[in-house]
Design a protein around this ligand. Structure first.
Ligand code: 3PG
Length: 399
């Protein structure tokens, strides 16, 4: 893929000593329920390297999903994250509240400035050219280091690349390189674990992976819908009735060997301790909250013989300590094989990352992205990446 990376950026900066300021698209859409600064640490190398090269930095990001009228609502302000960002970067980050239409680019004097939430502006989500142009006026060069928003055709991701020499940041490049390990030149056997509650949110990934993987483990509540498609009765468990037909089609057309749970930890209520039941023996009134012991062993046996593993989606109700056994056992098994250099493990999605807890740093790669991760591994061309590739063509040569 032709994308100008950070090495190209450094070369460009060294050849263009007149550069003063770099606009960097980051994703500081941080969760508000837990402290998780992964997305800040992910862009730290890029930001510090740009500063090291003698350029000031203007950081642009969205935060949650406000509409422009929400500008008065403080819960959507990026001011909420600026202290955490400063601390994680180990640098003072100045927060600029003034609208980009009222602010003169020349008035910015801080080495690192974080602008207010981009989604307070109409033009952002419309990928408006004028808005992209206005954003470009805050720097002489642009870096996109927000892979997790590259599936959005938004002005700060796409339109802005029409107006500034544009490059991929270190984190963006790493995401593309690591996630490409599950889309091309895959080291086999390749297994995928897809979990979570809804088939509907992962149809494209399931369709794609069922064609490219050697083994596809389907777990979490979505497995109930697949098992229902096979004629099983999951009693009170969560099922997406409108996806039963889709599930049946995926099962029928899959090239991968699909593994569905054969037993479950089930209970009447999620606060009770579950008991292990075979798929055909779940009592009336019970719901399945985690996969059972036999199912866990079947998954670990596949992990043992796989070379590449993709994991997205929770296996069970891991937030409840009475239903987190499968997440713990399977995570430990993956880590053991990664440490022995026998397995490459690519993990993505906020819920999945939360379920692996302290083992996050023991995986080969943990993506910062949710939606963008799913679209990339499903084989889609992401608009933000396309924009960076296109500008290579448009803006060559650089000096
Ligand atoms: C994410 O959290 O996945 C990204 O920040 C994108 O956010 P969005 O789904 O609101 O565009």
């Amino acid at each position: 893929m032709l994308i100008r990376n950070f090495v190209d950026f450094k070369k460009f900066a060294s050849q263009n000593s007149q550069l003063k300021r770099c606009v960097i698209r980051v994703d500081f859409n941080l969760p508000s329920d837990v402290v998780d600064l992964s997305r800040v640490y992910a862009v730290k190398d890029t930001i510090l390297a740009v500063i090291e090269l003698g350029l000031d930095v203007v950081l642009i990001s969205h935060y949650k999903r406000p509409i422009p009228e929400d500008v008065v609502n403080e819960k959507f302000s990026l001011k909420n994250v600026v202290n955490d960002v400063s601390e994680a970067l180990g640098r003072v980050v100045y927060f600029e509240k003034t609208s980009i239409f009222d602010l003169s680019p020349e008035s910015i004097t801080s080495p690192i400035t974080l602008m207010e939430n981009l989604r307070f502006y109409e033009g952002e989500t419309k990928n408006d050219a004028e808005f992209g142009k206005r954003l470009s006026e805050f720097g002489d060069v642009y870096i996109n280091d927000a892979f997790s928003v590259s599936h959005r055709s938004h002005a700060s991701v796409c339109a802005i690349t029409e107006y500034l020499p544009s490059f991929a940041g270190i984190s963006m490049q790493r995401e593309i390189e690591e996630l490409s390990k599950v889309t091309s030149n895959i080291s086999r056997p390749f297994m995928a674990i897809v979990g979570g509650s809804k088939v509907s949110s992962k149809i494209e990934v399931l369709k794609q992976i069922s064609q490219t993987a050697d083994y596809l483990v389907i777990a979490g509540a979505m497995a109930n819908t697949f098992l229902t498609a096979q004629g099983y009765n999951l009693k009170n468990s969560m099922i997406e009735s409108e996806q039963i037909q889709t599930a049946a089609e995926i099962l029928e057309k899959s090239r991968a060997q699909i593994l569905l749970p054969v037993d479950f930890l089930a209970a009447v209520n999620i606060r009770e301790n579950g008991k292990n039941y075979q798929l055909t023996d779940i009592p009336d009134g019970f719901s399945c909250f985690d996969i059972g012991n036999t199912s866990i062993s079947r998954v670990t046996q596949i992990i043992e013989k796989s070379r590449t593993l993709l994991w997205n989606g929770a296996l069970g109700a891991f937030e409840f300590s009475n239903f987190n056994t499968s997440s713990k056992v399977i995570t430990k098994c993956i880590v053991e094989h990664v440490k022995a250099s026998e397995l490459v493990s690519i993990v993505g999605g906020g819920e999945t990352v939360a379920s692996i807890g302290e083992y996050k740093n023991d995986m080969t790669f943990v993506s910062t992205a949710g939606g963008a991760f799913l679209e990339f591994v499903a084989g889609y061309e992401l608009p933000g990446i396309k924009a960076l590739c296109d500008c290579w063509v448009k803006q060559q040569p650089l000096n």
